[in-house]
Ligand binder design. Sequence first.
Ligand SMILES: Cc1cc2nc3c(=O)[nH]c(=O)nc-3n(C[C@H](O)[C@H](O)[C@H](O)COP(=O)(O)O)c2cc1C
Length: 329
Amino acid sequence: MILTSEKLKQIFKKKKVILAPMAGITSFSYRSFMSKFGVSLQYSEMISDCGLIYNNKETDNLLYTNNKEKLFGIQIFGGSKESIIKGIKLIESRKLKYDFIDLNLACPVKKVIKNNGGSSWLNDLEKLKNMVIEVVKTSKKPVTCKIRIGIDDNNINLYKVCKILQDAGVIFIAIHARTQKQLYYGEPNYKILAKLKDFLKIPYGISGNIFCVEDAKKALDESKADAVLVARGGVGNPLLIKEINYYVKHKKIKHFNKNSNLQSKFLLDFAKRLIKEKGERKAISLLRGIAPKFYSNFKNVKEIRFKLSTITSYKELIDIVNNVKMMEK
Ligand SMILES: Cc1cc2nc3c(=O)[nH]c(=O)nc-3n(C[C@H](O)[C@H](O)[C@H](O)COP(=O)(O)O)c2cc1C
């Protein structure tokens, strides 16, 4: 199936949750673990065009998929039209199965914008237009984009950017409702998106501060977006996806029971997948950042969360998780 904006609109009527791309988190294991809870789209971590061009080993690892992921987008970032197109051609030469290419026009990280990548594309709309037109023309797969609402409060070019992307043939836009300057902090501006509903023909998704189902409701209501992206709020809290899906289906808020036994089960499921994909050493290093988040909403587990942030082996992880059960008794 070739993805189109119309197909996406149909999909989003029922499945509004998108798993947001997150560097260092949305590995194949994370995606396959989270997708069971009901997501419509999922993305790779951001892939550097130069990493592809220079055959970087870590870039190689980031592209790992079992080729059965649905609907799966590979997100690329880069600082020039030529290098992005080269990168996309290299992805195409790998015979990976994916449904769309996503252009990262949102990253605010210094290292990326210094090299003209990520959200720095929003600084020069002629250059942006030229690049996106070429990318859409060249890519064998449909193209989507992830953007921010602008550079800073004095430079919000959301509507112009969206029009450029739509006219170039982009089929979906995910919008982080913060400016480049805000990085990941402060209130996202959902309301600024509302008029896109009548302005655009293609669907758009809203991202920013989605930590609970009430946040998702507010973001969807205020932005009138077709879909909502779950990022930090979903890490260690996979049932958030089910809660949003429940809300979309029943128009009622319901909080699912998230007891520590269940959270431990989720954590071990994810940890096993990650170890299988990356090997114990690398997986444990990643888990030190992610595992404590599975117990964020519990009282009296401060010590356990600290211990999880310093684990050195899978055995240690299991011992700690067993202690979580003991604490509840
Ligand atoms: C650790 C981390 C890594 C991220 N990596 C990416 C990325 O690779 N590509 C991207 O488009 N956005 C990335 N983002 C942005 C998220 O997709 C999302 O838009 C942002 O976190 C706002 O949503 P939230 O406030 O609900 O977390 C990242 C965010 C975080 C926190």
